[in-house]
Ligand binder design. Sequence first.
Ligand SMILES: Cc1ncc(COP(=O)(O)O)c(C=O)c1O
Length: 307
Amino acid sequence: MNALALSSLDPLLPSPLEPVEDERFTRHGVRLLLKRDDLIHPDLPGNKWRKLAPNLAAAAGRPVLTFGGAYSNHLRATAAAGRLLGFPTTGVVRGDELAGRALNPSLARCAADGMRLLFADRATYRAKGEPEVLARLLRHAPPDTFVVPEGGSNAEAVRGCAELGRELRDGGVDVAAVACGTGGTLAGLAAGLGGGRRAVGVPVLKGGFLGGEIRALQEAAFGGPAGDWRLDERFHFGGYARTAPDLEAFAEDFEARHGLAIERIYVAKLLYGLVALAEEGAFPAGTTLAAVITGRPDPGQPSAASR
Ligand SMILES: Cc1ncc(COP(=O)(O)O)c(C=O)c1O
């Protein structure tokens, strides 16, 4: 895959940086901007584009194999890229109990885009980084297949996300905030944002292990620590895809105020955290704060409350 083929997908880059009027920020002298990465591409929105594009460039048109859960946005984006750019894709799905059952809408979309689905039991899925386990999985994929890790977070992806940081720096942002799963987006964003500016990550998983993983990703991508970043671990609402009436009410209210559909698993928790931080006085008056809208709601996804 060369840069020309990727640019034929016509991504909206740099993504728009939109000011929003929200008195919960303005009353503290904070200017809030929304970094609309959700608008980059209809099939590869947000950090999916940022992370996949450099990996597809590295794959150079070879077949791609990657990994994800039953509702993985990353699997869907990879399958769509394969359809659009004409390379074969294989998706290793966590959970062999799914094999032989009707596909959920997310996996059905992957299959319709031509992705070959392999259902792995949980032990195999956990061990997918081990060479012999990976070799076994690759036997089911076409020869010369390029492997992209789960969630797409590797050194290439992190370097791709540095461009997001540079766009924010060029937009005059002082503090940039992003929701974190693997931390790859934050690792790259912080590096691109550079000195004199701050990046804040809001993990959506419970665990407290993410700091070490972000340092390791930065080491792999840039050879050492990069940028000024920190995590605020208070807004995961119990863990991945967990929610609370409070969070749902917040997201609905934000949608009504700003006419923007809010993705619940990541973006809602980020925005909730930012309102709380502004209320605590975490941002000095005069701060330009950008919230990265890393994705958009997916009608195929079960609602967070039902998981
Ligand atoms: C919409 C959305 N926002 C944020 C993230 C978190 O990205 P990362 O895993 O790089 O921390 C993801 C995960 O891929 C995502 O799908």
